[in-house]
Design a protein around this ligand. Sequence first.
Ligand SMILES: *Cc1c(COP(=O)(O)O)cnc(C)c1O
Length: 236
Amino acid sequence: MPSLVQPPLDADEFRRQGRLVVDFIADYYARIDEYTVRPAVVPGLNINPFTWAASPAATELEVIRHRHQLARQGAASPGEVVVTHFSFQKAARIAGIRRGNYREIPTTRESGFTLSPKALHAVRAYEAAGRVPLFLCATVGTTPTAAVDPLRELCAAVSGHDVWVHVDAAYAGAACVCPEFRHAIAGAEAVDSFSTNPHKWLLANMDCCALWARRPEALTAALGTDHGVILKDPSA
Ligand SMILES: *Cc1c(COP(=O)(O)O)cnc(C)c1O
C-alpha cells in the first residue's frame, strides 16, 4: 500500500519555485500597463457572474431570469415570492429532509420580499398537525432582490420551539465588515448559525464559505467520524 504521508518538501525545489512566483508577480506589476483590462476569453459554461465586470453577458442574463421568475411567481400567486437561495432546497435534501417536509414561506413586495415573522404562523399550523419544525433559514441579502430578513423578530417568533435558526448571509454578509452596514444583522446574537462567503465581495478565492455555529459540537457530534468502524491506522 502506498504511504499516505506526503514526502517533505525539497528545500531547493521550494526555493526555485518560490523565486519563479516572485518573478512572475514582479514582472506582472512592471508591465501592468501593457495588459488589456479584460481577458480575451471565449464565452464558456463555468462562469461566476457575481459582478458585471466578471461576466457582462452572464450578469445581464441573470437579471433577466430573475425578473422573469419574479413575474412568473407573482402571476401564480399574486404578490407572493420565495427568495431563499435555490441551493437551500438541495442542501435540505442532502441533509435528509424530503421534499414533502420542506416548506417555502412566501414573501411579498410590500415587505420588500423579506420574510415576515407573521408568515411564521405556518410553523404553529405544522405543529398543530403533528409536525416538528426543526430548522429556519433566514437570509441577509437574498440573491434576487438583496432582501434582508429581520433576524431579531424571526428568532423571537420561533423562540421556545426548538428550531435551529440559520442565517444565509452568503451574498451580503461581507458588507457587515463596515460598521455602517452592521444593522443588517441586528439580532444575530440569537441565531444558531451564520454563514457568509468571503469569495464573493472580500476577494477570497473560490470556494471560501465561513460558517459560524453557536454550538459547533452539535455539528461534530452529528457529522464526526471518530468511531470504532473507521480504520485509524492505514497500515493495520
Ligand atoms: C451565493 C449564495 C449561496 C451559495 O453559496 P456558495 O457557497 O457559493 O454555494 C447561498 N445563498 C446566497 C444568498 C447566495 O448569494
